[in-house]
Design a protein around this ligand. Structure first.
Ligand code: ADP
Ligand code: MG
Length: 682
């Protein structure tokens, strides 16, 4: 039966005593679907009801316990007026007030002239202390002597009920067979999973992040994620594919004709990719590198090698403009014999039909486009490589589907311009092999970064005017206003109207509500320098090259994380000219804000910046990962538990080396919701 003991944890909430339909619905809304989910709603603090306070010593607004004698009931017959019970102790008077409670119930819990213990938040009404809807009432003062956990999400569920539910689970907690080996367990003082959970919910243990029980549970979580990734990676590796044979001289000829030389990191990553192409294992690789680190040429070299080995390549970009930029670059550097095509949503039906036929007949070597190139109707004769640019919104499951898409012989290369800390990369992209470009192309002018108060806008307008007169272009980025979960574009719209008065016919506006087709036109006009200032929210794709734009102004800069500011700044500085980034602030900077800004001003390395950003803001906040739907850990924290991430990485490597079966970890993975990722495996 041992195998099944975890089933209790995965069972429905209705199984619990005290969970009626109402509580059930509230919990469901909070995405608490089973008993296991409930374990991770941790107490935020606790109420100590073991000490009672005399009425004269009560503090208004605090949860306190008082020993009282009820003297008189007042049950008004008027609707909406509460029932009131006058009580006293030897130092003063206090009313217990009940809304929506029956007289019978009140008489039972607060019998007249008998000492009772009452606990709740103390308020004041008409100069008299009162406790409204007391949370605990007991005739026997010794009954209320425990400390009770306060949970943060008990909205609609009383603290008492919530504690009762949790205590019930803790009592019934199954004894799970240990999945860790002794060496790992020793690092956590041999604490078992069960014991750790119980410790986690003890009122005195609130916030003990460095304790063994907390760290063990955090490690469980990290390891289960890594195990799932490892399993996916290994299964993809097991796929035997046709090796790609190609002559490297084609690639080298292209490189010789460029007006730059590859950086060391570009060469290194290209080699890693080429080795994958030539091996009989399917490639599933992430090429990660900061904006402007030169990923495109690396990917295109991989594309040409794939073509030279007789296969077709599909290059997918998030927007048509970006797809077209890649297409044009490829046309410029590749031999005319290579058949390139771009599939646009705007292409005529007839044109699309021809492209489709050509793809089916292997008459197109490389096709560029948006996700449209992966429609079911599109059939490739011999697809050998899928390249996906600027993605950071795919979850593990989506990536897995993608890797299946091209069939066994098709390698997959994803590109991400989002430098993130290593712990995060391992967490999010652990299912892929990694190639990282850290080194930037030399001879690139650094973007000058300044901060300014918004009140000095006249100086900025003068500066812009000068830049426009020099034939330069400007990005003006406004933050979104968040009002009760709704995102608002008014600041961008207002700035657009304001700037248009100053620079008539030279300003364009782009925000999240702009229709995709209109957006493409606006971006094209800006690219062709028809407009000079582009006011936008943060939606402009990072990948598009606007070589003529050399100024970026970011309003409300304190609203953005460092990584995001770095990404925004990366939109300029791609051409020959000196570029400028101006960060606008509404008020003078706090010490912390200054510290953050200095990091940004002193570094151009996205990896360093994101690492610092994560330390300052926490991991959920950086780059909007919270919003992206990528699962965030319940306890583990990539900053705080960096050592545990490293430990898990080492352990996984060892397991992969020694071919250790996942069976031992079955319970862990089932519980931690990783099993669905690799459902067919265990
Ligand atoms: P990203 O990694 O952001 O996709 P790109 O591939 O678009 O960067 O490269 C940005 C610009 O830098 C392009 O104009 C590209 O031609 C140029 N570039 C790429 N590699 C180098 C290099 N080694 N030296 C100089 N310029 C380079
Ligand atoms: Mg790019």
């Amino acid at each position: 039966m041992v195998n099944n003991t975890y089933n209790y944890l995965l069972s429905d909430l209705k199984k619990l005593k005290g969970v009626g339909q109402k509580t059930y619905n509230i919990l469901k809304k909070k995405k608490i679907n089973n008993i296991f989910d409930l374990l991770w709603r941790l107490p935020k603090s606790y109420t100590d009801r073991s000490k009672s306070t005399k009425i004269e010593d009560l503090k208004i607004g605090e949860e306190q316990t008082v020993i009282l004698t009820p003297l008189k009931y007042n049950f008004p017959r008027i609707r909406n007026l509460p029932n009131r019970i006058y009580c006293k102790d030897d130092t003063g008077e206090l009313d217990c007030v009940f809304f929506n409670s029956y007289e019978g119930y009140i008489k039972k819990i607060l019998p007249l002239n008998k000492e009772v213990t009452v606990s709740g938040k103390v308020g004041i009404f008409k100069n008299k202390y009162q406790i409204t809807n007391p949370k605990y009432v007991s005739e026997d003062s010794t009954l209320i002597k425990d400390k009770y956990n306060k949970y943060s999400l008990t909205e609609g569920i009383s603290e008492k009920v919530y504690n009762k539910i949790i205590n019930q689970i803790l009592i019934n907690l199954p004894i799970l067979e240990e999945w860790h080996n002794n060496k790992i367990l020793r690092k956590f003082d041999n604490i078992s999973w069960n014991k750790a959970i119980i410790e986690l919910h003890k009122p005195d243990n609130v916030g003990k992040y460095n304790s063994n029980f907390y760290r063990r549970l955090a490690y469980d979580e990290i390891l289960s994620t890594f195990l799932a990734h490892s399993e996916i990676r290994q299964n993809i590796k097991k796929i035997k594919k046709q090796k790609k044979f190609f002559d490297i001289t084609h690639q080298n000829k292209i490189l010789e004709n460029l007006d730059f030389k590859l950086t060391g990191d570009q060469e290194k990553t290209l080699n890693e990719i080429n080795n994958d192409l030539q091996s009989d294992q399917k490639m599933f690789r992430l090429l990660q590198g900061d904006v402007g680190s030169g990923k495109t040429i690396v990917a295109l070299c991989a594309a040409i090698n794939t073509v030279n080995s007789g296969f077709q390549v599909a290059v997918m970009a998030p927007t048509e403009i970006l797809a077209r930029q890649h297409f044009n670059f490829a046309k410029k550097i590749f031999d005319k014999k290579i058949n390139l095509e771009i599939l646009s949503s705007k292409s005529e039906y007839k044109e699309k039909k021809i492209i489709k036929e050509k793809l089916e007949n292997n008459q197109i070597n490389i096709i560029f486009g948006t996700h449209a190139i992966f429609q079911k109707k599109i059939i490739f004769k011999k697809l050998g490589l899928i390249i996906i640019d600027e993605q950071h919104k795919f979850g593990v499951n989506q990536r897995k589907k993608l890797s299946d898409k091209g069939g066994d012989n098709c390698d997959v290369l994803l590109m991400s311009a989002t430098p993130i800390p290593r712990t995060l990369t391992m967490t999010i992209y652990g299912d892929m092999d990694l190639s990282i470009i850290k080194e930037k192309p030399k001879a690139r002018k650094e973007v000058k970064t300044y901060s300014k108060l918004e009140t000095k806008i006249d100086e900025i307008l003068k500066f812009i005017e000068k830049e426009i007169n020099n034939n330069n272009q400007i990005f003006w980025v406004c933050s979104l206003i968040e009002e009760s979960k709704k995102l608002d574009h008014t600041s961008a719209v207002q700035k657009f109207e304001y700037l248009q008065k100053k620079f008539p016919n030279q300003v364009a506006l782009l925000h999240g509500k702009t229709e995709p087709e209109e957006k493409e036109i606006i971006l094209k006009d800006f690219l062709n320098q028809k407009t000079k200032i582009l006011v936008s929210t943060t939606i402009i794709e990072v990948g598009i090259d606007f070589p003529n734009a050399n100024v970026i102004i970011i309003e409300n800069a304190n609203k953005f994380g460092l990584s995001q500011l770095h990404q925004l700044r990366g939109r300029v500085g791609r051409g020959e000219k000196q570029s400028t980034c101006i960060l606008l602030f509404k008020s003078s900077l706090t010490e912390n804000a200054k510290k953050r800004l200095n990091i940004l001003k002193s570094s151009t390395d996205g990896f360093v910046i994101s690492e610092e950003d994560m330390k300052l803001r926490g991991f959920g906040d950086i780059l909007g990962f919270k919003q992206s739907g990528i699962k965030i850990f319940r306890l583990a924290d990539p900053v705080h538990n960096e050592d545990l991430f490293k430990l898990a990485e080492i352990e996984i490597k060892e397991m992969e080396k020694n071919n250790i079966s996942l069976n031992k970890y079955r319970t862990l993975m089932k519980l931690y919701d990783q099993a669905d990722v690799i459902n067919d495996i265990i």
